[in-house]
Write a protein that binds this ligand. Structure first.
Ligand code: F6P
Length: 528
C-alpha cells in the first residue's frame, strides 16, 4: 500500500521518458508467446514487492502441490491435475500414489481411433450413411472450451464435416443447431463431466428423440451418440453404450477440461495430430510455469499484475481483446476460467476475505470493439486494464488488412497508455471548448501478447498461460480456485421452481412476493 501511495498517479509517459529501455526490459517470452507488460503502471520496486508477496503466499509451494496431485481443491477434497492431461508419454503424475499418465494416453489413443473412423468415413450412421455433422452438447466447461477451440482453429478443421454446438436449455439453441441436418448423417457428442447437468441432459434427450423419430429405431442411438463423462453409470442409464463413452477423471475441473476427452469434438474437427500439437503447447507452458524464475515467468507476471491492478489500483474489471476474429469466443472462455475459479468470498479456511477476488472479465475481438466499447476504455471514469492479443501472421491474408489490424492493436495500447494532453490539443489548434472533450488522460494499463500465428500449439500455450495466471491469483487471495459452490443455489431453486411451473394445479408458492408474482404471471401468460 505504501508503495502504491508513493507511485500515486505517476504517469506512464513519465516512466517511459525516464527509461528508454522500458519496452525491452518489461517483456518476457515463452512457448511462442511474447509478453510486453511495459504499459503496466509498475516499476522495478513494484515487481520486487509482487515477487515478495508471491513468496509470502507460498506460490512456489502451491505450484508444487498442484503439480504433485495434492488435493488443492480443498472443499471438494480433490486434486486439480489438469497439467497431467498434457503430459507426455513416460511422464509421471501421481494421484493418491497412482500414475495417471498411462490412462490419459490410453484415452487419447481411443479418441484418436474414433476420430479417424469418423473423419475417414468408416464410422457409419445407423442407416449406413457417413457422418457429415457433429453436434457437441454440453454447457460451461463442456461447451466453452470445445467451441472456443473450434472457432480458434477454424483453419485446421476438416471442412467435409459440419460442426455445431448446443449449450442453452432454450429450445432455440437445439433447434438452430440441428436445423438443416440429416439425422442419418449426424453424430451427437454429449459432454458432461457429471452427466447430471439439467441443460445438457435435456438437450441430449431432445437429440435422442430427434434422431430416433427420424431413424425409427432406438438402436440407432448407438451409432449416433457418444458421451464424454466421468460418470459411466449415468451415461449407461441414459442409454449410451459404454463402448461409446470417453472418460475423464474427478481431478479434472470442468473449466480445465478442454484438453481432456471433453475435447473430443475438437479432435474430430482438427484431427489427432493437431490435437497433440495443442497439448504440446499446453505442456510447454506448464513446464515454463513450473520451472522459470518470476521475472521471466509469464503466468506469474500476468497473474501478479492482475492482482496489482485489482487490489492496489482498484480495477474491478479486466478486458481481453484478441485481435483475431477467430478468437471471438476466447473472452467467454476466459470468463468462466477466471470468474468461476476466483469469484470467491471466503479464503481456504472459510473466513470472509476483505479484498477483491476475481475481476469481471469481458472482451470483444479487435477491431470490432474499437467501434463499440473502447470509448469507455479511453475516456470512461473507470480504469480498465486490457490484455491485447495479436499474431504476426494470418492464414487469411487479404491485401494489407492484417497489417491494418495489427496497427490498430498497437495504436490502441499506445493511446490508452499515453493519451492526448490538453497542451497537445491546443498546439494542434483544437477549439478551446472541445479540448476537455477531446483530451484522453492516458495512464491506462495494458499487456500485449504477441505470437507468430494462431495454430494449435500457440492456442494450447495461450490457454495454459491464463489457466496458470488464474491459479497464481487464487494463491495470492488464498482461495479455492477449483470449486464452484456459488452455482449450486441457483440449481436447487430452479429444480423447485420447475416443478411448480410444471404443476397442473395452481401451486402453493412459498417464495418471496416478487418471485411468486413472476411465476404466477408466467403461468398465466403461458396458458393464455
Ligand atoms: O454449474 C457449473 C458447472 O459445474 C461448471 O463448472 C461446468 O463446467 C458446467 O457446470 C458443466 O458441468 P458438466 O460438465 O458436469 O455438465
Amino acid at each position: 500500500m505504501r508503495h502504491h501511495q508513493e507511485i500515486g498517479e505517476r504517469h506512464l509517459r513519465q516512466w517511459f521518458a525516464d527509461d528508454p529501455l522500458r519496452g525491452e526490459r518489461y517483456a518476457a517470452e515463452a512457448a511462442g508467446l511474447y509478453l510486453d507488460y511495459a504499459k503496466q503502471r509498475i516499476d522495478d520496486v513494484t515487481l520486487q514487492l509482487l515477487q515478495d508477496l508471491a513468496k509470502a503466499c507460498g506460490l512456489h509451494e502451491r505450484i508444487e502441490a498442484m503439480f504433485s496431485g495434492e488435493r488443492v481443491n480443498v472443499t471438494e477434497q480433490r486434486a486439480a491435475l489438469h497439467v497431467a492431461l498434457r503430459a507426455q508419454r513416460g511422464d509421471r503424475f501421481l494421484v493418491d500414489g497412482c500414475d495417471v499418465v498411462p490412462a490419459i494416453h490410453t484415452m487419447l489413443d481411443r479418441m484418436a481411433t474414433f476420430c479417424e473412423q469418423v473423419r475417414g468415413g468408416t464410422w457409419l450412421g445407423y442407416s449406413g450413411k457417413r457422418i457429415r455433422n457433429v453436434v457437441n452438447i454440453g454447457i460451461g466447461g463442456s461447451d466453452l472450451g470445445p467451441m472456443m477451440a473450434f472457432e480458434a482453429l477454424h483453419d485446421y478443421r476438416l471442412s467435409s464435416i459440419e460442426f455445431r454446438f448446443v449449450a442453452n436449455v432454450d429450445g432455440a439453441d437445439f433447434c438452430g443447431a440441428v436445423d438443416g441436418l440429416d439425422p442419418a448423417e449426424t453424430l451427437f457428442v454429449v459432454c458432461s463431466k457429471t452427466f447430471a447437468t439439467v441443460e445438457t441432459l435435456s438437450n441430449a434427450r431432445a437429440a435422442r428423440a430427434w434422431c430416433v423419430a427420424a431413424l425409427g429405431s432406438e438402436p440407432a442411438v448407438a451409432r449416433h451418440f457418444v458421451a464424454v463423462s466421468s460418470n459411466a453409470e449415468r451415461v449407461r442409464a441414459f442409454g449410451i453404450d459404454p463402448a461409446n463413452t470417453f472418460s475423464l477423471w474427478d481431478w479434472v475441473g470442468g473449466r480445465y477440461s478442454m484438453d481432456s476427452a471433453i475435447g473430443l469434438s475438437t479432435m474430430l474437427a482438427i484431427g489427432s495430430q493437431h490435437f497433440h500439437d495443442l497439448l504440446g503447447g499446453f505442456h510447454a507452458m506448464d513446464q515454463h510455469f513450473r520451472g522459470t524464475p518470476f521475472e521471466q515467468n509469464l503466468p506469474m507476471l500476468i497473474g501478479l499484475l492482475s492482482v496489482w491492478n485489482n487490489n492496489f489500483l482498484g480495477c474491478t474489471t479486466q478486458a481481453v481483446l484478441p485481435y483475431a476474429a477467430c478468437l471471438k469466443r476466447f473472452p467467454a472462455y476466459l470468463q468462466q476460467l477466471s470468474m468461476e475459479s476466483n469469484g470467491k468470498h471466503v479464503n481456504l479456511d472459510g473466513v470472509p476475505v476483505d479484498y477483491n477476488t476475481s475481476p469481471i472479465v469481458w472482451g470483444e475481438p479487435g477491431s470490432n470493439g474499437q467501434h463499440s466499447v473502447y470509448q469507455l476504455l479511453h475516456q470512461g471514469t473507470q480504469l480498465i486494464p486490457c490484455d491485447f492479443i495479436g499474431f504476426s501472421r494470418t492464414s487469411s491474408p487479404l491485401g494489407d488488412q492484417h497489417d491494418l489490424l495489427m496497427a490498430s492493436l498497437f495504436a490502441q495500447s499506445e493511446a490508452l497508455a499515453f493519451g492526448r494532453t490538453p497542451a497537445a490539443l491546443q498546439a494542434e489548434g483544437t477549439a478551446t471548448a472541445l479540448i476537455a472533450h477531446r483530451s484522453c488522460a492516458g495512464n491506462r494499463p495494458s499487456n500485449t501478447l504477441l505470437a507468430e500465428q494462431l495454430d494449435p500449439r500457440t492456442l494450447g500455450a495461450l490457454v495454459a498461460l491464463y489457466e496458470h495466471s488464474v491459479f497464481v491469483q487464487g494463491v495470492i487471495w488464498n482461495i479455492d480456485s477449483f470449486d464452484q459452490w456459488g452455482v449450486e443455489l441457483g440449481k436447487v431453486l430452479a429444480t423447485r421452481t420447475a416443478a411448480e411451473i410444471a404443476s397442473d394445479s395452481e401451486p402453493q408458492l412459498r417464495h418471496d412476493s416478487s418471485t411468486n408474482t413472476l411465476i404466477r404471471r408466467y403461468r398465466h401468460l403461458r396458458s393464455s
